[in-house]
Design a protein around this ligand. Structure first.
Ligand SMILES: [Ca+2]
Ligand SMILES: [Ca+2]
Ligand SMILES: [Ca+2]
Ligand SMILES: [Ca+2]
Length: 212
């Protein structure tokens, strides 16, 4: 039965990384609505089956798309958001879930290099477009289970505002290193060395006065 084939496929052929996932997402969200609607899901399933030399009738495809929606459309709005599609099309590994990122003080330059090359798939020394979206998706998955395309965009704005030092809309290695270090710090939770940001800037006039 093709439905079973499709479900098996997910388990046996996970995508290499979230970068590939975001490429696939962009390809099949044909109207850029931020969701995979039933029609788009049909195209995805059709191509998937075709890549295994299986051709199916239009009617069958509609049935499969329907089944997949029933299984993965958790909030029942009739379309797949990013986090729902991520369940249908899993990736091998979320690199950021590796233990080194959990309370890691000791992120080495090698760790940073490794993470960087995992996301910089085209090797042009920066993380951009789908690479950046893949990175954001992995980060997002660490903090919340349900998320959609808007969440990723919002998150992207925040990340770039904080970490895109040279304002080119991409993340280079130094910038990534900043993200990872601050992220590792945050996931350590409160404890040693909380650098409290105590009312910085308030009453700047006093500073001069205090300085004899
Ligand atoms: Ca769409
Ligand atoms: Ca949904
Ligand atoms: Ca790149
Ligand atoms: Ca940059």
């Amino acid at each position: 039965m093709e439905e079973n084939f499709l479900l098996l496929f997910r388990r046996e052929h996970p995508l290499e990384s979230s970068v590939e996932f975001m490429k696939t997402w962009r390809k099949y969200d044909e109207d850029h609505s931020g969701y995979i609607e039933a029609d788009e899901l049909k195209h995805f399933l059709k191509d998937l089956l075709k890549s295994f030399e299986r051709t199916v009738s239009e009617e069958q495809l509609i049935t499969y798309a329907d089944t997949m929606l029933q299984l993965f459309d958790r909030n029942k709005d009739g379309k797949l958001q990013l986090s729902e599609m991520a369940k249908l099309l899993p990736v091998k590994e979320n690199f950021l879930l590796r233990p080194i990122f959990k309370g890691a003080k000791q992120l080495t330059p090698e760790d940073i290099n490794r993470v960087f090359s995992l996301y910089d798939r085209d090797g042009n020394k920066s993380i951009e477009d789908e690479e950046l979206h893949g990175f954001l998706k992995d980060l997002m998955e660490l903090v919340q289970e349900d998320y959609d395309a808007d969440d990723i965009e919002e998150f992207k704005d925040i990340l770039l505002r904080e970490c895109d030092i040279n304002h080119d809309g991409r993340i280079d290695k130094d910038e990534l290193s900043m993200v990872l270090v601050s992220f590792a710090k945050a996931s350590q939770g409160p404890g040693e060395e909380t650098e409290g940001e105590e009312q910085a800037g308030e009453g700047a006039g006093h500073a001069d006065a205090a300085k004899e």
